[in-house]
Every structure is written in C-alpha cells, then in structure tokens.
Design a binder for this molecule. Structure first.
Ligand SMILES: [Zn+2]
Ligand SMILES: [Zn+2]
Ligand SMILES: [Zn+2]
Length: 437
C-alpha cells in the first residue's frame, strides 16, 4: 500500500494565448485534462485540493533571465500567470499546506534560456527557473533537482543552471539526432564549476515504459539520492506518449504514473504534450493519483495495448549500455575539472541559438570565472538578428567574495559605446538586484 499524500493542483489553461488557433500548443491542451479530472471526481478526494494561480512579477523574471530589450516586451500576461501558477504550487508545498503539488499550466517554459530575445520551442520564460529562484529568495537557499521528463531536451533549464553546482538538471528525452532541439547528449555535463550537475539521457525513438523506468531506477534515482536535494521538481512533459503527434516514443499513462510514484517530486510543472485528447487527460490523471498516493491502476487510454507498445530488444540493450555510461560519467565527475580548464582563469563558450518560434538568431559569447568556491561570475555578450545587443554580468547565488568583487569590477569597466551594446545588465542573484544601464 502506498501512503496517501495531500496534493495541490493549480490549473491555468491560458484561454487567450496560443501559438495559432490550430497549433498543438493551444488552450484545449488543458481543457480536456480539466474535464477528465472532474469526470473522475478527483477533486472530491479530501487529499486533493485546487488552488488558483498567483501572478509572477517582473522581478521574478529578472532574477533569472536577461530579457532583451526588457521582460515586458517578450511576455504576455499569460506568462506571468503560468509562472505564477508554478510559484503557487511551490509555495503550498513549502508552507506545508500540501505534501506535493502539480501546476497544470501553460504556456510552457523549459526551452527558455538565460538570455531571452523571443520565443523558442513555444517558450518565452522558463517557468520552473522563475519558480525556483522565487522560492530560494523567499524561503532561503535550497539544493534543487529538476528532472525533465518532457520528450524534448530541456535545453533552456540546462542553459540557466549550466554553471550552478547547487541545481541538478537531469533531462531524459528523445535522442536529439531525431527531434527538436537537437541537443542533450551525455557529454553535455555542466560548466567547469558545476561538472556533473547537468545530466542528459537521450533515448532512442520507440522507447516504451520499460526503457523509461529502467533509466529512472538505474540512473536518475541513484544520482538524485547522492545529490541530496532539498526539493525535487519534475518538468512533467507528457509528449513521450505513444499517441503524441510531434514525437516518436511509446510511453503510456501507466508508465508516467509509475515514474511519478517512484520519483516522488515535491512539485510537478506541466511542460509539453500535444496529444490533446488521446493522452494528456489520462497521463495527467495518472500523475495526480500517483502524487496523492491513490490507486491509478484503472487509468488506461481507450486503445492501450502494452503488447503492441513493447520496445525492441535492440533498444533495451542500447539503453542498458547508455545507462551504465552515464552513471560512470557521474561517478567520475570530480576528476575532469583540471583537464578541462588547464589552469585558465576563465572558460569561454560561443554559441548560435535559434529561436524557432519567433525566427530570431542569436550569437552569444559566455565567459565564466573558474572558481572552486562558487558557481563563478558570468559575463554574457549577446547579439540577435533583431539588432538588439546586450552585455550582462551575473553574480551567482552564494557568490564567493572574489567572484563578487571581480564581477562588479567587470560590470563597471564595460564601455557600452566601445563594446557596441545597447543594454548593459547587472544581475546580482545574492542581493536580488537587476540593473540596466
Ligand atoms: Zn526532457
Ligand atoms: Zn516537449
Ligand atoms: Zn567564486
């Protein structure tokens, strides 16, 4: 017998926000789930409680993102409510009103990176990251693990926490060689000051429940256990479902419920999932029942046939091998730093980022101070095809004195005209300051 838990639900279908009326990212995604939740009588259980979403603020966004030209320009009211819904879910858990909570909100967020020039993969702001930094601000610093079970690589969350040793980001997803956004391989392993706190597990197309649950038991749970987070967050994308129109996996509602039961996230936040009628209502109901410690064995899609969904032996072998490799990499995470930084004081990476939803291209140079005492101060020089150029200096959470000093000095030393940038930003995580010059 599993134990009953008190579970909070926050719904926000965002009636006035859609990529377009026929686009899979539209409000019906949640309306069918809401119908199913009522039909199944889930809100009649005394241990399942519904809360109205709160409203995130511009300060909440500026704590984690560098929006260009500013936050208001890249979001709508719906984004503030979607992130606000995630914050409400987290607050109910942290204040002890419930044991866990599920924010069934949209627009989604896990493709939104640190710098935001527009929308990528239907995402403008990263609602999990906005939530995490809000609760760290309000309730004190916490070690957080984000487990992204969306079918697409959680590349935005990865980018935001790439240099943060206190935030473990694990993403399982369909192999990037076969699906948007094309990233998320095991060698994407975190920045030099945070090696191993980014973990990627790409799965081959047509992976079924067996493969997902193998990775969960053999890789994700042991890593999470060793990391010892104060909070476990599930970016709960439902697009691994066998009926999803934009992906190629074979995960079922039963599999999702089982995954949730084993992972036991404190907070789940809905991400993708585009099989609006065939999957989302069943997957979400299964997850809600699992979170609440109730029996979910009767939750089945009308056409569910586990025999027909079985994965090939070749896929099973491939996943077993890869799981071993990822775990081995994790075990050796502390041994790579010297070899990677080779005595340098700074590490740099150059990237081209494409905003597929808005058709924007961005060129970015990111520099991080090599530090053994904190995540290291970061400087980002970003130029977008919109013509906007921004230079940002980020003082990390729990910054050491040297990184703070060097970061501040660096910020004051930047000559906007000489650098050719329009906006010069200081984002100071510890002091909760966001300055634009
Ligand atoms: Zn994922
Ligand atoms: Zn997705
Ligand atoms: Zn430092």
């Amino acid at each position: 017998m599993t134990q009953r838990r008190k579970t909070g639900l926050v719904f926000f279908p965002a009636f006035d926000w859609a990529i377009s009326p026929t686009h899979p990212e539209r409000e019906e995604r949640l309306l069918y789930t809401q119908d199913q939740v009522f039909e199944e009588g889930l809100l009649d259980f005394e241990n399942i409680v519904e809360y109205k979403p709160g409203l995130a603020t511009i300060e909440d966004i500026n704590r984690i993102h560098i929006c260009v030209p500013d936050a208001r320009s890249v979001i709508t009211e719906s984004h503030l409510i979607s992130a606000g819904g995630a914050i409400t879910a987290a607050e109910k858990v942290l204040e002890g009103a419930v044991d866990n909570a599920f924010a069934l909100v949209r627009p989604p967020g896990h493709h939104a990176m640190r710098v935001v020039h527009g929308a990528r993969g239907f995402c403008n702001i990263n609602i999990e990251a906005v939530m995490i930094e809000h609760i760290r601000r309000k309730y004190g610093h916490r070690r957080v693990a984000v487990i992204d079970t969306d079918c697409h690589h959680g590349d935005g969350t990865q980018d935001i926490y790439w240099h943060d040793p206190d935030t473990l980001c694990i993403s399982i997803h369909q192999d990037g060689r076969t699906l948007y956004p094309g990233s998320g391989f095991p060698d994407e392993f975190g920045g030099p000051n945070a090696l191993g706190t980014t973990i990627n597990i790409p799965l081959p197309p047509e992976t079924s429940d067996e493969g997902f649950l193998h990775v969960l038991e053999e890789v994700i749970l042991p890593i999470v256990q060793e990391f010892k987070p104060d909070l476990v967050i599930n970016s709960a994308g439902q697009d691994n479902h066998y009926t999803d129109p934009i992906t190629n996996m074979r995960f079922s509602a039963q599999g999702y419920a089982r995954l949730n039961e084993r992972l036991k996230p404190d907070i789940a936040v809905l991400e993708g999932g585009y099989s609006i009628e065939g999957a989302l209502p069943y997957v979400n109901v299964g997850i809600i029942l699992a979170m609440a410690g109730l029996d979910y064995s009767h939750v089945r899609e009308p056409d569910y046939d586990p025999g027909a969904l079985r994965q090939s032996d070749e896929i099973t072998r491939y996943i077993r091998e890869m799981s071993k490799d990822v775990l081995e990499l994790w075990k050796r995470r502390h041994t790579f730093k010297a070899e990677i930084v080779k005595g340098a004081r700074y590490a740099r990476r150059n990237r081209n980022i494409y905003y597929d939803t808005d058709g924007i291209r961005e060129q970015q140079e990111e520099t991080v101070r090599i530090c053994n005492d904190c995540g290291g101060f970061i400087a980002v020089n970003s130029m977008a095809s919109t013509g906007n150029r921004v230079y940002a200096v980020i003082i990390p959470s729990r910054s050491c004195d040297l990184c703070r000093l060097e970061g501040e000095r660096h910020f004051h030393g930047v000559d906007k005209a000489k650098q050719g940038v329009h906006y010069l930003v200081l984002q100071d995580r510890d002091r909760d300051v966001y300055v634009v010059k």
